[in-house]
Design a protein around this ligand. Structure first.
Ligand code: GRF
Length: 196
């Protein structure tokens, strides 16, 4: 059985990190077994740290404030991911802009709470809630130099119901994220061949 290693990067609550660990870590699928080789967090106070520990993985804390610039931080990320042996990196609520030092060296995908290419950036949920659109959704995409701009891999959408509260809207976004992210990672890895 082929073992496929992944790295998960997070910054905050870590609900998507937790779902990835629950659904994929040490799990055997049709063509592979998935191992979470490392979890990396840039905030020493992130709630996700405890969630990772519950799955027996001590997160590597790389506090971005301790690095001279973005490139130096990204170098540390690249080094840690390579050392873990991960072939795919998942950004699960990782709130840092990444430079080419990262994007040109690491194959990574990101979760974004809107139907890209609409509502890029850090305020996506609010912007999509406030928009006149009748549907909303989430995206999983490859990471490149452009913020939330890489090739889209998978999306899910839903209809905004009349009078839907912001809280209900946000909860729907997160529920879809928890479903789609592990499924997309599994689908990318559990194949008999690899696109280069
Ligand atoms: C998610 O909504 C994700 O789309 C965004 O950050 C949030 C992370 O939530 N990039 P969590 O830390 O996984 O709970």
């Amino acid at each position: 059985m082929v073992i496929k290693k992944i790295a998960i990067l997070f910054s905050g609550t870590g609900s998507n990190l937790e779902k990835l660990l629950a659904d994929l870590h040490h799990k055997t699928f049709q063509h592979c077994r998935i191992e979470v080789a490392t979890t990396i967090c840039n905030r020493p106070d992130a709630q996700g740290i405890e969630k990772s520990r519950r799955y027996g993985i001590e997160p590597l804390i790389l506090d971005h404030t301790q690095y001279a610039n973005r490139e130096a931080f990204d170098e540390a990320l690249v080094h840690a991911i390579r050392a873990s042996g991960a072939e795919l990196t998942v950004l699960a609520g990782f709130m840092r802009l990444l430079t080419p030092v990262f994007t040109q060296n690491i194959k990574a995908l990101n979760l974004h709470p809107s139907l890209l290419p609409l509502f890029k950036g850090g305020n996506a949920i609010k912007e999509s809630f406030d928009s006149p659109m009748k549907v909303a959704g989430i995206s999983v995409h490859y990471v490149n130099e452009e913020l939330d701009g890489g090739e889209i891999i998978a999306q899910r959408c839903f209809e905004k119901t009349e009078g839907m509260s912001f809280e209900a809207f946000e909860a729907k976004i997160h529920a879809l994220e928890h479903e789609l992210l592990p499924l997309t990672v599994k689908n990318l890895l559990d194949r008999t061949y690899h696109e280069s």
